[in-house]
Design a protein around this ligand. Structure first.
Ligand code: NAD
Length: 361
């Protein structure tokens, strides 16, 4: 089959890591007879340099007309770059917000997976890690506290700040459906995280999630309060399959979950809209400190491309093969600088891409 992918290399290490992800997709295409067509889109600092804005309408249109988007990272050295002497809506990261909004990406998916080979980088004790963990955090991305009405004003002579947490049942239903769909491709367990002992929005969340669960009899649903979830992530991370949660809780819990994997260069992510359309990108930034040196770890971007195969194109077998190739290369002892330690074989960005591609057969 043919797939049209809008590719946004972005800034810093973006072009280097995107080059390796394309190498992997091309190998998958050759082995499994798919054709991936790429259209390059400028976003971030490079778009500012070329067009004066971080994202043009044409670039957004190209992304909208594709089957999915593969993004490297945008942004420069925040303390020392011409891109930051301008209004916030003209900075590189504004392109990111604009494209997320323009594509209506309301569901953020972040896997947290512990590779046995990298277990030493995990800050948790060995007895807690056990057989490792493999979870996905499904975070609502366009509602809740970050998007509600807010103001700061003096009330009876006292400065008072107000933020509003709003969710309607449709917003909850559509993210819950995504979480259950993804659980069906995994271990079929959803833990919905809320604060239903205090918040009305959480009580509605719980009710709607339970309604959605009726359509997925094979999936086990449990509820967990957010404070307990924060504890359980570091006490027993192996218990989680899919965590479903609202925007702010997801913001915090997904960072906590990434931290316990121990390596930022390995973490993929996706943001999806109501259809199968998604934007796939590593969780890390553009790493300007190591850009252009061919030393960045391309694995997070390669695993993001694997997520694209699974969630946007339903190519589960191909996604499995890419993930297995990554695991195999790690097992054989190859490491980029960020995950290197004595006794292993240090490789460059392009060598890591080649090694993974060679194992896709
Ligand atoms: P960062 O993730 O770019 O880098 C943090 C540290 O991790 C750096 O030391 C970097 O060298 C290292 N690192 C990150 N990715 C790596 C990889 N693949 N391989 C090896 N090492 C890696 O975060 P930062 O330094 O806070 O931000 C740099 C720029 O990226 C800023 O302009 C920021 O706004 C932007 N940013 C963009 C995105 C995005 O495009 N989605 C996300 C976060 C930050």
């Amino acid at each position: 089959m043919n797939y049209n992918i809008a590719v946004i290399p972005g800034d810093g290490i973006g072009p280097e890591i995107i080059g390796e992800a394309r190498k992997i997709l091309d190998k998958v295409g050759a082995v499994y007879h798919h054709l991936f067509d790429y259209t390059e889109v400028l976003m971030g600092g490079i778009s500012i340099d070329t067009y004066g804005v971080p994202l043009t309408d044409e670039a957004l249109e190209t992304a909208k007309n594709s089957d999915s988007v593969l993004l490297g990272a945008v942004g420069g050295n925040v303390g020392n770059s011409k891109w930051y002497d301008v209004a916030p809506n003209l900075r590189p990261e504004a392109g990111l917000l604009a494209i997320r909004k323009g594509l209506n990406l309301f569901a953020n998916i972040r896997p947290a997976y512990l590779y046995k080979e990298l277990a030493d980088a995990c800050p948790l004790k060995k007895e807690i890690i056990g057989d490792g963990f493999d979870m996905v955090i499904m975070r609502e991305l366009t509602g809740g506290l970050y998007f509600g009405d807010r103001y700061t004003k003096e009330v009876d002579g006292v400065m008072t700040a107000v933020d509003t947490l709003t969710y309607n049942e449709n917003e909850i239903r559509r993210i819950a459906v995504k979480a259950f769909d993804i659980a069906m491709k995994r271990k079929k367990q959803v833990i919905s995280v809320d604060k239903a002992n205090v918040l009305d929005s959480s009580r509605l969340w719980r009710k709607v999630v339970e309604e959605v669960a009726q359509d997925y009899p094979e999936v086990t649903l449990n509820h967990m309060l957010v404070d307990n979830c924060a504890m359980q992530l570091v006490m027993n991370p192996g218990q989680f399959d899919v965590i479903l949660t609202e925007n702010m809780f997801g913001d915090i819990l997904s960072d906590e979950a990434s931290m316990i994997t121990g390596s930022i260069g390995m973490l993929s992510s996706a943001s999806m809209n109501e259809s199968k359309f998604g934007m796939y990108e590593p969780s890390h930034g553009s790493a300007p400190d190591i850009a252009g040196k061919n030393i960045a770890n391309p694995i997070a971007t390669i695993l993001s491309a694997a997520m694209m195969l699974r969630y946007s194109f339903d190519l589960d077998k191909e996604a499995d093969v890419v993930e297995a190739a990554v695991e195999q290369v790690l097992k054989e002892g190859y490491r980029t600088g960020d995950i290197y330690s004595d006794g292993f074989k240090k490789v460059s960005t392009t060598e890591m891409g080649d090694l993974i591609a060679e194992r896709i057969i």
